[in-house]
Design a protein around this ligand. Structure first.
Ligand SMILES: [Zn+2]
Length: 108
């Protein structure tokens, strides 16, 4: 019984390395695609749904911003950067007051 392993030629070694590298790349791509698919599925499930109660969110235009409002639980949600824009407004007290008036239904 011979345990002698035929040594790889430099060329064989090169192709073996190339092949391993190719397989590693394919696996990495598959992993990435899976992550992207999962993110996409997650987004589909949650897009424009209230994070608190799961109802559909309604988009309300307010001073050029799209504010998402849940008509079920009354939650108000801002996209990234929108709070900063509203907080930066010159007349932020007026902005916050009119924002609250817009959403309150108990007054008057
Ligand atoms: Zn809600």
């Amino acid at each position: 019984m011979s345990n002698v392993v035929k040594p790889m030629t430099a060329e064989e070694e090169y192709f073996a390395r190339e092949n391993a590298e190719r397989l590693r790349k394919i696996a990495a791509e598959q992993k990435q695609k899976l992550a992207a698919d999962e993110l996409e599925a997650l987004k589909k499930q949650h897009w424009m749904k209230c994070p608190k109660c799961g109802f559909d969110l309604q988009t309300i235009q307010f001073r050029g911003q799209n504010i998402d409002k849940c008509m079920h639980c009354g939650g108000t949600f801002l996209d990234a950067g929108e709070l900063e824009l509203l907080a930066k407004a010159e007349d932020k007290h007026v902005v916050m007051e009119s924002l609250m008036n817009l959403f309150s239904h108990s007054k008057k």
